[in-house]
Ligand binder design. Structure first.
Ligand SMILES: C[S@@+](CC[C@H](N)C(=O)[O-])C[C@H]1O[C@@H](n2cnc3c(N)ncnc32)[C@H](O)[C@@H]1O
Length: 246
């Protein structure tokens, strides 16, 4: 195994340990789910009915493909070249699916457009400092646009940034981070960052005593202010609404 000397190599290595789905029909069967248990929990209905969507940490691209086959224009972003190559090879023919190799923060910072839904399924947002991604995600959502993400609930008593050695204790020093908070803390953080309608919860596992799934939903609020005789729409945070520039 080549040495894991940076975050990208870590995720490429992770990709090499995850089998590719044999047939597209099989890959699409349970392609969209927030939980680690196939067919369990809510599905894509909690995204609303977006015309455009962005997945952060799209891996092999199955969830993007599932939405694209429903007619949604979807972009999947992943920093692993192995993941992106696999997604393009299997799903590149879908006219509404697009796969981009990039770090989520860099991509959001330079996107220059907005989406009606942004989501992350055990994906890039888990591994990125929320203080950095929250304002960028909000900026990249259309007014009323929805944010949904899911990953593991926190280990009780272990909160904030969690670090691990990506190449083990005897390999090159490569650090991988992710962020863990209880649902009510996510609600406070997202509300403080200007999101509205924040709902965070743990979806119970199908079997009692097994690990559930943290699922968080929020949206970009519309605000109204009166100016020169007409109501002017403002996006939460005070930016004038300029529609989807993309
Ligand atoms: C744990 S995997 C799982 C994601 C996938 N949605 C799933 O449910 O199988 C996390 C994915 O996020 C990607 N990722 C991690 N950090 C990222 C970042 N900063 N920017 C973009 N992608 C990232 C990884 O390459 C990997 O494909």
């Amino acid at each position: 195994m080549p040495a894991i000397t940076n975050v990208t190599a870590y995720w490429d290595h992770y990709a090499s340990r995850r089998p590719e789905a044999a047939a597209p029909e099989d890959a699409l069967k349970n392609a969209f789910g927030w939980c680690q248990y196939d067919g369990h929990g809510p599905g894509d209905e909690i995204l609303g009915e977006p015309a455009t969507a962005l997945e952060l940490g799209s891996s092999r691209g199955h969830a993007v493909a599932a939405l694209a086959t429903k007619g949604i224009d979807v972009t999947g972003v992943d920093l692993s070249p192995v993941m992106v190559a696999s997604a393009r090879a299997q799903w590149g023919h879908l006219p509404k699916a697009r796969y981009v190799e990039a770090d989520a923060l860099d991509f959001l910072a330079h996107a220059g457009r907005r989406w009606e839904a942004i989501y992350s399924i055990w994906g890039a947002l888990w591994f990125t400092d929320p203080e950095q991604w929250m304002p960028l995600v909000r900026k990249c959502l259309t007014p009323g646009g929805r944010l949904v993400f899911s990953w593991a609930p926190p280990v009780p008593g272990s909160y904030g940034v969690q670090g691990m050695y990506g190449s083990g204790f005897a390999g090159p020093a490569t650090w991988i981070y992710r962020w863990a908070y209880e649902p009510e803390v996510w609600e406070r953080k997202l509300a403080a960052s200007g999101f509205g309608g924040v709902r965070a919860r743990v979806e119970p596992a199908p079997e009692p005593g097994c690990v559930g799934t943290l699922i968080v939903e929020a949206h970009v609020q519309l605000q109204f202010r009166h100016g020169s005789g007409r109501a002017e729409q403002l996006q939460a945070g005070g930016n004038p609404v300029d529609g989807n520039a993309g």
